[in-house]
Write a protein that binds this ligand. Structure first.
Ligand code: NAD
Length: 484
């Protein structure tokens, strides 16, 4: 690896070679819980200080992070900066600015029978949280949940994906060599060890990854009743209707689909284009691909690679039995597949059965939006849905009839860049959300507390004393009058 990183573990827990026994994992949790119980992380000043420190470290390690992303995914440093670091720094700044007001206990009204009393909601950290990250945006998807959990005052174990080893080295050095392990601790163990880790007694888990592993994490979490958020993948549809601005749609779809070689959870998975605009749309996509990546995308420096040969082979097999209408060239040595458009006649085709998660884009056509909506309603709910249209009634119809994690009208992916919008799935694409204030709330338990004084109206009402018929009738009458 060409970065300057030398992983020198500062302490026993940070030594990865010793991290394969379930007792080691229990040890991490206990060590972090003991620290959490000192209440140090509950101080708002402490949290702000740690977020500022993390921001400085991200700046300090910027070149190494971008180099590691290049090594793991062949990503251009500029792309790495825009899609991973920029979002993160911006969100940390936002947390630092807003944390004090979010963390203030919220006073709410007390109901009539509780007068006089004070009702408050306290936002308390869960305690010791586990964040499990995937490999496709290995820095952002490790750090973004981590900063939400830090903002909420938790201690955190971060489990990076074993498939992005260069980025992991930087993360492990950045976290383990600069923060006390009892507060933040990063490791990059494999699947088997992660199964043990999940069972080690965490107070909250945020998992980002595939649907299959998400289910298994949820089963393990059920044994200990550990609350969790599942950020999963799925097949994100795009509708390009007859009113769409085709050039604009093609430009934004090509960017959203082929960035990071299609290995983006929010990338368009397949397109339904209105039959009357199909030929024009395919031509526009072709032009855009050339504009973005030239005539030889595989050798274009901005065009990334597939993460490893397993995923490369999986994608090559998906290409079998499809009708390639554009692209289709591959290079096994570089693990690259060029932006490829395939024509698909039916949703029963092999390529429509699983999330593609690579640079292959199936194109289907439709005639009637109502029939298409009816069809989508039978499919698992996607993480995202994108609609290219200039027709307000159609936009309204799609938004109100279909359920999906989140989405865009006339764009794709960009909703995740808005720190004011929650990010998360629904149904098969997961549940729970984070980003911005939603991240702070997700990693906090909203604890309601009713504070009453010596006198309380309820003490004088019949439900607190013997239930005589006259008293209860009188009480029921009053209750009905005041709306109970
Ligand atoms: P994955 O499910 O294979 O792995 C995710 C994490 O789980 C990794 O850290 C991995 O080490 C760990 N893991 C693997 N097997 C495990 C097991 N048996 N028990 C416990 N942990 C285990 O996913 P991936 O290949 O890293 O990422 C790709 C998937 O993630 C795609 O489906 C993509 O759509 C999804 N994704 C979703 C989001 C989102 O925010 N919703 C973001 C990125 C990726």
């Amino acid at each position: 690896m060409s970065t300057q990183i030398v992983f020198t573990s500062k302490n026993q827990l940070a030594d990865k070679t010793q991290m394969n026994e379930s007792s080691d994992f229990v040890n991490i949790v206990e060590c972090q819980r003991e620290y959490f119980n000192t209440d140090a992380t509950k101080s708002i000043d402490f949290r702000i200080h740690q977020l500022k420190k993390l921001k400085k470290l991200i700046r300090k390690y910027e070149d190494q992070i971008l180099e590691a992303l290049k090594q793991d995914l062949g990503r251009d440093p500029y792309e790495g900066y825009v899609t991973e670091l920029m979002l993160l720094i911006n969100e940390i700044n936002y947390f630092i600015k807003k944390l004090r007001s979010w963390a203030r206990p919220k006073s709410v009204d007390s109901s009539f029978f509780l007068i006089p009393s004070k009702s408050k909601i306290y936002y308390e950290p869960y305690g010791v949280c586990l964040v499990i990250a995937p490999w496709n945006y290995p820095f952002l998807l490790s750090m973004r949940p981590l900063i939400s959990a830090m903002c909420a005052g938790n201690c955190i174990t971060l489990k990076c994906s074993e498939f992005a080893p260069y980025t992991n080295q930087v993360i492990l050095e950045l976290i383990n060599n600069h923060f006390p392990q009892e507060y933040l601790y990063a490791l990059d163990c494999g699947a088997q060890e992660t199964e043990e880790l999940v069972k080690s007694g965490y107070d909250f888990i945020l998992f980002t990854g595939s649907n299959a592993i998400g289910k298994s994490i949820m089963k393990s979490a059920a044994d200990t009743l550990t609350p969790l958020v599942l950020e999963l993948g799925g097949k994100n549809p795009v509708i390009v209707d007859e009113s769409a601005n085709i050039k604009l749609a093609a430009k934004r779809i090509v960017w959203g689909k082929f960035i990071n070689s299609g290995q983006t959870c929010l990338a368009p998975d397949y397109i339904y284009v209105h039959i009357t605009r199909k030929a024009e749309f395919i031509k526009a996509i072709e032009e855009q691909i050339v504009k973005f990546y030239g005539k030889d995308p595989i050798n274009h420096p901005d065009y990334g690679k597939i993460i490893n040969s397993n995923h490369y082979q999986r994608l090559i097999h998906l290409l079998d039995d499809t009708k390639i209408i554009l692209g289709g060239n591959t290079d096994e040595a570089q693990l690259k597949i060029e932006p490829t458009l395939v024509e698909v006649d039916s949703h029963l085709d092999k390529i429509m059965q699983e999330e593609i998660f690579g640079p292959i884009l199936p194109i289907l056509s439709y005639k009637d939006l109502d029939i298409l909506i009816h069809h989508f309603r039978k499919l698992p709910k996607p993480l995202a849905l994108y609609h290219f249209s200039t027709d307000k009634p159609s936009i309204h119809k799609v938004n109100h009839s279909l359920s999906f994690g989140g989405g865009c009208v006339n764009d794709c992916i960009m909703h995740v860049t808005n720190k004011h919008l929650p990010f998360g799935g629904i149904g098969a694409s997961g549940f729970g959300s984070y980003v911005g204030e939603h991240g702070y709330r997700t990693f906090s338990h909203a604890k309601p507390v009713l504070e009453r004084g010596r006198f309380m109206l309820a003490d004088y009402l019949p439900f607190m004393s013997t239930y005589t018929r006259t008293k209860s009738n009188l009480f029921k009458m009053i209750a009905k009058i005041i709306g109970y």
